[in-house]
Design a binder for this molecule. Structure first.
Ligand code: SF4
Ligand code: FES
Length: 257
């Protein structure tokens, strides 16, 4: 890259910090896969003029709307709430809508590919069904036996705090698809399902904790976790995923939760 180009990029990155709008040329390197065209995935580069303050999702939109309408990816809310745009960006699981270009070295090609461990259907879209099946399997809903309350079910602030962290999950699959155990055979329940089991196991109003613990005591359950912390690093909501898994393991041993 020439000195003048470097200066231009450096000024644009500085401008990103002072709030002004400037653009730089970025290269988005996307792993493309279309089973109707080829059995093999290939990398394709797209050059784009982008403001470094924009997000990877904005760059993907620009490719789709201006260069190649066949580019396929999921997104809905565009604000880190729906969890539909988890992808590997520069080799790390992130939400495209929460990743600013200026934070991932836009002077080098930015790689974008589908999350791992789930079958790629097309480009950045994977089959999420095994992920959601594991979620359904842990019964992610309040279980009570009778005694319908006439008012809300009361809970102390301390009891609510017990599972506060795991209520933040948006089911993006960034954790599960960053887990080497899940990559191995896809049979492991995976961090996200355990996080969502945790959310109810430690809820003082719930009565299904024993059932959920038994489900996770399975050979593909919580004991397969190797505590690599990939899941915690990947979570865009900052959930302490590995800690939640450890708490479920401890509850299985002590039967106290
Ligand atoms: S725990 Fe975090 S990374 Fe995993 S699915 Fe929930 S929000 Fe996504
Ligand atoms: S599009 Fe909804 S979380 Fe990114």
């Amino acid at each position: 890259m020439s000195t003048s180009t470097l200066e231009k990029h450096s000024k644009a990155l500085d401008a990103a910090d002072d709030g002004a709008s400037h653009t730089i040329t970025i290269t988005l390197r996307i792993r493309r896969f279309n089973p109707e065209v080829s059995e093999d995935a290939t990398w394709q580069d797209f050059q784009l003029e982008m403001d470094p303050k924009e997000r990877v999702l904005d760059a993907l939109h620009k490719v789709k709307w201006e260069q190649d309408g066949t580019l396929t990816f999921r997104r809905s809310c565009a604000h880190g709430i729906c969890g539909s745009d988890a992808m590997r960006i520069n080799g790390k699981n992130r939400l495209a809508c929460k990743t600013l270009l200026k934070d991932i070295n836009p002077e080098k090609p930015i790689t974008v590919e589908a999350i791992k461990g789930l079958t790629v259907l097309k480009d950045l879209v994977v089959d999420m069904e095994p992920f959601f099946q594991a979620y359904r399997d842990v019964m992610p809903f309040l279980i009570t036996t009778g005694n319908e309350p006439t008012r809300e079910r009361l809970q102390s602030a301390e009891d609510r705090e017990r599972f506060d962290d795991t209520t933040k999950c948006i089911l993006c699959a960034a954790c599960t698809s960053s887990c080497p155990v899940f990559w191995n055979d896809g049979q492991y329940f995976g961090p996200a399902a355990i996080v969502n089991a945790h959310r109810f196991i430690f809820d003082s109003r719930d009565e299904g904790g024993e059932q959920r613990l038994e489900i996770l005591n399975d050979k593909d359950g919580v004991w397969r976790c190797r505590t690599t912390f990939n899941c915690t690093d990947a979570c865009p909501r900052g959930i302490e995923v590995t800690k939640a898994i450890q708490e479920v393991k401890r509850a299985l041993i002590t039967r106290r939760f």
